[in-house]
Design a protein around this ligand. Sequence first.
Ligand SMILES: C[S@@+](CC[C@H](N)C(=O)[O-])C[C@H]1O[C@@H](n2cnc3c(N)ncnc32)[C@H](O)[C@@H]1O
Length: 286
Amino acid sequence: MNSEQEHRTKIQEYYTIAQPYYRFMWHGKSLGLHYGLWTENVTSRTSAIIKENEIMADLAGIKENDLVLDAGCGIGGSGIWLAEKRKANTVGLNIVDRQLTRGRHLAEKEKLGQKVDLLKGDYQRLPFKDNMFDVFWSLESIEHATNLEDFMKEAFRVLKPGGKIIIAATFLGDKKDISPEEKRQIDVGQSVAGCFNDFRTAEANVEIMKEAGFVNLQNLDRTEWVMKSSGQMTKMCRMGLPVARVLSALHAVSPILVLNNQWGTYQEGLFKSGATSYNILLAVKP
Ligand SMILES: C[S@@+](CC[C@H](N)C(=O)[O-])C[C@H]1O[C@@H](n2cnc3c(N)ncnc32)[C@H](O)[C@@H]1O
């Protein structure tokens, strides 16, 4: 197995095992595997998760019948929301079968099967023709990329002229002196969920987007708005960690869940220290 395949296998294993935990412990009815944005009037994580869809859709100006590619779509939550609320046509792309199966079921249940397609594929090698999509949407998925240049080039290729790319993600923060402990914590994220293989600052990502050909770039730091969710994750994972350790020692659950709980306890601190940041990047294909 080459390192690309190993990387994909790690992601597939992680999301296959973690799927029920996301479902029952995190997203509820929102169907989103992301932090969510706690703007002024948001009072719950479910609303924050939906709010993030809303904010991104507004920034990208998504309108009726636009064709949106949701690259790294989880269980299709954003695509379903965009189809229902913005009347867009959406294609969710993912490498994890379990999530795709769940997403298809959810889209059918919402009677949105005609507007929501879910396909297996790698966002660094998109199985689509040039100039197809109005919007390329990546919500907390670029963290898994192994080559950001390939990711941006592919996004550029499949967008129509005038099409928009919108990315929300955790990036390497601007803090100059990442401590050995912070580096160790980031490495846990890498080892458990296959993220941060090509970890660079939001500004560095903007440069790569420019090189790919994008114009009108915006880089919005929204770290403040994810602090509540990352705080909730810390609490949840601190409680879950001892349980996961015992169950894993008894071979009742996968050791991935121990690492996952560990990783969950680090994310808030990394944002607080500036080792990481949460940004939304927006640009246009001329
Ligand atoms: C944190 S989840 C976010 C899911 C979704 N965007 C959401 O907000 O609910 C990251 C997703 O990216 C997907 N992913 C990771 N690497 C990928 C790749 N190379 N190609 C396509 N999807 C990928 C994972 O399988 C997972 O579904």
